[in-house]
Design a protein around this ligand. Structure first.
Ligand SMILES: Cc1ncc(COP(=O)(O)O)c(C=O)c1O
Length: 453
């Protein structure tokens, strides 16, 4: 039986008008499913199949899909006659900025853009303007958006990357065609959790900025080792580069104050997106006031251009305000709930691993988790790429999707729990994971015996 008949028809039709049939190429995956509805912890496809959702559209839906409080705020702002005026400030953007500056210690002042990529672009440009330098450091295995400086070195195959380098840097391996060669010379990818490599690069080049997710969450969940973020702060102070925390995935999901408030390490600039507005398109760039003031520098030759027709559009701005209000309610209720769900899935998986005789570990930060099929939590991409069983991971995810639990069906991608999930959902998910792995093992044995026959 074809579970995805209607999805296939829609995709075939869209292929006539959209290259590949899908907008945003990272959404193209197998099985090819067209989703039509999301509510709370669930999504539904065009064929009427329902899924427990742990993809959360690459993580923004921290409260769950169509959270009633946020949806109502978005509807209300339109009903009240708000529009995009494109001249002067607005009450809404002031209210959102004030909320962020009050609750996020790393943001003394803040600007708004439409996407995480726009915000990381502006953060890097600002760092170059302030320091008068051009080179930047990025993390192998980090993702910071689609623009030339950062569209590189994500899940780079080891045959392109070569052996592990430390201290040192990896070659710039683009994840997009069209990046000018000259541009690539300015970008230096290093291992996450590797202070010696940052020092090495700083001694060789004049570094404007280092940008990193404080927890690498585009290759699962790779946490900073004790002292790593503090070490980055010390190197930034020593070598004079701007430390940028890309909190597009960690911000608001792990704490209202961002991961910097958990780690106690303050970057110079910080970028937010995703969970900030629970799925509506808005991003924030904040940081030290003296740096942010360069957007309005009195000397026009030093002023950094920050402009955008849709910046702080009233609908996503109202959604972001409502999201923060929701996160503030009942003394941190949202964070307590997702932490207890995260603990439930982690302990459930950790009991399952020896029972099934698996080589696997669970990496988790609050509501974000990843099951790695290797004997230790990876410390960086090279470690992960060397040791993780990608085949088993992909097989498990595909079987989960068939069984109605949506883990993004690509190995080593983060799973995101939302406030809308329940303990019952987690228990069901654990059962489905176990079943998927059992079915997978049986499938593998069958194919092995077929091969040997
Ligand atoms: C850590 C991080 N930074 C930046 C981005 C880019 O954000 P956007 O897709 O909104 O441009 C992403 C997107 O996944 C991300 O995960």
């Amino acid at each position: 039986m074809n579970l995805y008949k209607r999805s296939s028809e829609i995709l075939a039709r869209n292929r006539n008008f959209i290259p590949g049939g899908v907008v945003s190429v990272n959404r193209a995956t197998y099985p090819e499913i067209v989703f039509v509805k999301g509510q709370g912890a669930f999504i539904w496809d065009a064929d009427g199949n329902r899924y427990h959702d742990y993809h959360a559209a690459f993580a923004p839906h921290f409260l769950g899909h169509n959270d009633p409080y946020v949806t109502e705020a978005a509807i209300r702002v339109l009903r009240d006659g708000a529009s995009l005026f494109g001249s002067g400030t607005t009450l809404l953007e002031g209210r959102l900025a004030e909320l962020i500056c009050r609750h996020v210690p790393s943001a003394e002042s803040v600007q708004f853009l439409n996407s995480g990529s726009e915000a990381t672009f502006q953060a890097i440009r600002l760092a170059r303007a302030v320091t008068g330098r051009e080179h930047i450091i990025v993390m192998q295995g980090g993702y910071n958006g689609w623009h030339n400086d950062v569209s590189c070195n994500l899940m780079t195959p080891l045959d392109q990357l070569g052996p592990r380098v430390s201290p040192g840097e990896y070659p710039y391996v683009p994840i997009s065609a069209g990046v000018p060669a000259a541009h690539r010379q300015l970008v230096h990818p290093v291992n996450f959790n590797d202070l010696e490599s940052v020092k090495y690069v700083c001694e060789k080049y004049s570094i404007a900025a280092l940008i990193t997710e404080p927890v690498l969450q585009n290759i699962g969940v790779i946490k900073p080792l004790p002292g790593y973020l503090r070490g980055l702060r010390a190197l930034a102070d020593r070598f004079g580069f701007v430390l940028i925390f890309d909190e597009v995935k960690t911000g608001f999901r792990h704490a209202l104050g961002g991961y910097s408030s958990i780690s106690g390490v303050m970057p110079d600039l910080v970028v937010f997106g995703k969970a900030l507005a629970n799925g509506y398109p808005i991003a924030g760039l904040g940081g030290k006031r003296e740096l942010m003031q360069w957007f309005v520098h009195p000397d026009p030759s030093k002023r950094v251009l920050l402009a955008g027709t849709y910046n702080a559009h009233p609908v996503p701005t109202a959604a972001a305000i409502a999201t923060i209000e929701r996160l503030l309610m009942n003394d941190g209720e949202v964070y307590r709930h997702v932490e207890s769900l995260g603990h439930h899935i982690q302990t459930g998986l950790e009991r399952m691993i020896p029972r099934m005789g698996l080589k696997a570990v669970v990496a988790r930060e609050g509501s974000a988790f990843c099951l790695y099929f290797m004997d230790h939590c990876p410390v960086d991409w090279h470690d992960l790429a060397t040791h993780h069983d990608f085949g088993l991971d992909e097989m498990m995810r595909k079987r989960l999707v068939e069984g109605g639990v949506y883990f993004f069906p690509h190995p080593a991608k983060q799973c995101s729990i939302s406030f809308a999930h329940t303990q019952g959902d987690i228990q069901y998910t654990l059962e489905r994971i176990e079943m998927s792995l059992i079915q997978g093992k049986i499938g593998m044995c069958r194919s092995e015996s077929r091969h040997s026959a």
